[in-house]
Ligand binder design. Sequence first.
Ligand code: 3H9
Length: 688
Amino acid sequence: MSVTKRNEADVGYVEIDNPPVNAIGQSVRQGLLDAVRWAEELHLTRVILSGKGRAFAAGADAREFDSAPLEPHLPDVLNAIDESFVPWIAAIDGVALGGGAEIAMACRMRIMSPKSQIGMPEVTLGVIPGAGGTQRLPRLVGLAKALDMISLGKPLNAADALAAKLTHTVEDDPVEEAYMVNTEELGCIVPTWELPAPEHDKELLANARATIAKKSPNQIAPNRAIDVIEAGLSIPFHDALPIERAAFLELKTGEQARALRHIFFAERAAKMPETIKADPVALDHIAVVGGGTMGAGIAYALLNAGLRATILETDEDGVARAQTNVEKVIDASLKRGLISDARAQDHRARFNATTDYTTVGDAMLAIEAAFESMEVKKDVFAKLAMTLPKEAILATNTSYLDINELAATLPDPSRVIGLHFFAPAHIMKLLEIVRGDKTSDAAIATGFALGKALRKIPVLAGVCDGFIGNRILARYREAADTVFMDGSTPWEVDEAMEAFGYAMGPYEAQDLSGLDIAHANRRRQDATRDPNRRYIPIADRMVELGKLGRKTGAGWYRYPGGNGKVDDPIVADLAIEESHLAKRERTDYSGEQITERLVLAMINEAADILDEGIAHNARDIDLVTVFGYGFPRWRGGLMHHADTLSAKAIVARLRELSQEDAVAWKVSPLLERCAERGINLADAAPSK
Ligand code: 3H9
């Protein structure tokens, strides 16, 4: 039973019971409609509607969005509630989101518990409210608030909902409070659909559109929501509903909504593979080696999860630096209101920075975030192996180095794992968990347990240069540099990728992280690089010129006065010079051509990563690209995007490009197989 109902005398109690979060599927809709008729037949004086468990209702069941809608439709169910002569009261204890909030708004009254939230996050799934939300919300909270809530999708907590008059009151026990409501008072409340729509305010609508143009320029749903809200301001409620419904249904089957749904469910499916049966080690005290920006970010994330963290440094200067770095993060979180003073004090009490390895003798996990050098890391691991309990897990945060080589230096290589955090480590959600050849299941289970404790998105990866994310990034940059040397400017490349949906193009992003890191990597790869692969020397020349990015005041761009980027003619000259030396004819690439090359280069590399079993499925690559590298979420991640292009079309285009450079554009065998069999990358199996 997805909806249960009972009455005590003339009061009805209806409860949505569809674990885990009371998503509103067909059986819930039918159950609610039956309850409306039941309450009317019994002539009840009120119905108190609640949700069983942790949610009132999390919204329409998004798993149903890929099929044709089944009756009864939610708008009809909610009209029945809103128009019933029996008044319904929403007793909200937990989240009331999307369709859940729409149910609550169709009730005569809303009572929320203090920990509850109410909101319309439909745009985050690429749709708009489709059960009257665009019409009922403005009637209840006014145009400004409704535009804000629907177009941005951010829910309100109970206190804010009270201030917005979206809830009548906030009470610890909403069901009990709903029972206490005076019957006469309840009878005087006007049904939501009968309330007048707010005034048509051009300025508010223009402001909302301007905000969306800035915050989510490429997304269709937020603008569509504003259009539908606007349409409803000047026509009767029941005339506006079909406009909303048509927009909802059209968006639901569109590419953006499919992509956003895909990433929503992919995020939730990011769990430890079922084949791993071992238990994690107990997480309490964790050693972090290195107190630079990355180490401090990791330590803060650990503290935030209630764990104890000790940063190990090589000398007293390092200890002081680590303390300052962690304090900076605590301070910034305090200033942003993310933690209270008491919580900050608690963080400090669980933090230590020292040179003394014996202080971490009880730590069951160590995360090394020291300098990116194999020798340094081997030395650190030897010390950790001597100090920590022998069952403790030893993790490295390396971005590129060979974890198998590192593990081989220890008597027990099974305790070694990669835990690749992304900077800033306390904010970025992605965690690559890298499994070496000998890594034990217990170590992997520990990585996933840590990911869960830190509320990260964990993705299992195999060992190769750059694992999943940085290997794709390297190919992305190589393709960008090639386009740059052969005809474009960093500005044009960045502009093209921003138009594709990245918040920042590859050159501006590299100026932020620094050109020296990639340079050191290229030197490390010199000995093993395929001599037939074209090498683009411009980035090396930049480093020779001391143009390392923002930290040196200039990189691919100049930043006069520390402000926004401006084009640097010297950089463009470098490309012209190098292409002249290499006797290459320069081409004037269009934005679309630039985007195509960079995106296809990434897809081809990612297909190899999947084929080699470095990533376990295409979905994991989507998570890595979206949550670690800024690939547009509304495109669903790199592999989901590839599937919208189709393997067949991709292979055909890669073959054309391979006429220019057979090495760089060598078609991935996995893509060839998908094209031949007419299957999606999402369904492809690795050959290894
Ligand atoms: C909508 O309502 C349209 C209407 O206006 C129009 C209708 C006509 N559907 O996140 P969690 C699953 S659009 C299906 O891990 P938490 C989720 O996949 C909808 N399933 O828990 C997971 O499954 P599994 C607007 C859903 O406590 C399990 O529930 N609503 C849905 O961290 C637990 O989820 C939204 O956008 C759903 N709508 O967070 C809200 N929601 O166990 C989307 C969840 O198999 N949901 N599941 O992995 C959320 O924001 C969070 O899930 C929530 C709980 C805050 C509710």
